[in-house]
Design a binder for this molecule. Sequence first.
Ligand SMILES: Nc1ncnc2c1ncn2[C@@H]1O[C@H](COP(=O)(O)OP(=O)(O)OP(=O)(O)O)[C@@H](O)[C@H]1O
Ligand SMILES: Nc1nc2c(c(=O)[nH]1)N=C(CO)CN2
Length: 182
Amino acid sequence: MNTHATSDFSEAYIALGANLGNREATLIEALKSLDQHKNIHVLRCSGIYETEPVGYVDQPMFLNMAAAISTSLPPLELLSVMQTIENRLGRKRMIHWGPRTVDLDLLWMEGCTMNTEKLVLPHPRMLERAFVLMPLAEVVPGSEPSGLHTTVKTALERLEGKEGIQLWKTCSWPSESALSGN
Ligand SMILES: Nc1ncnc2c1ncn2[C@@H]1O[C@H](COP(=O)(O)OP(=O)(O)OP(=O)(O)O)[C@@H](O)[C@H]1O
Ligand SMILES: Nc1nc2c(c(=O)[nH]1)N=C(CO)CN2
């Protein structure tokens, strides 16, 4: 895991989810694959949370986490790398919001908003999802990057006021050695 971004790299935030197979091993594999890409550095990882399925509820519990990365890739190329990793790890798209071996969502990239068929940034549903916001709060820096029109902390407090949040933190994460394979 790299700890420094260089100037032509910008910071981006990714939500990871898995509810089929060896969920934790798949999340680690996805992070390793991101970090091994020459234009992506994994900067920080949240803990892993076990979460009730949201949306389509008749499916297994998820593990969710978030990561801060730095990347020199433009947004659509980053999305394409993420989708290649999802496919390699066995993601099949069968049911909308249904079970998946791994899901990588691009939440937002510093200084970048866009609204195209392939990619919407910031992610349009991120502020409604405790399974995204709680891990994300662990990896955003104190001075949060712009573009969200709210802070992650405020969005999470708003959500907590609306509904009881069912999340269980299962472990604090991935040590560098988990990513490097040592
Ligand atoms: N910010 C984004 N991150 C990831 N995919 C996005 C984003 N914005 C748009 N998309 C598009 O959404 C499509 C569907 O993505 P995916 O199958 O991962 O959705 P999902 O995870 O089931 O649902 P949700 O988008 O609500 O999280 C992708 O093919 C991608 O082109
Ligand atoms: N708990 C939980 N529920 C979900 C998740 C997820 O990652 N975690 N992802 C979904 C589609 O992106 C739909 N529902």
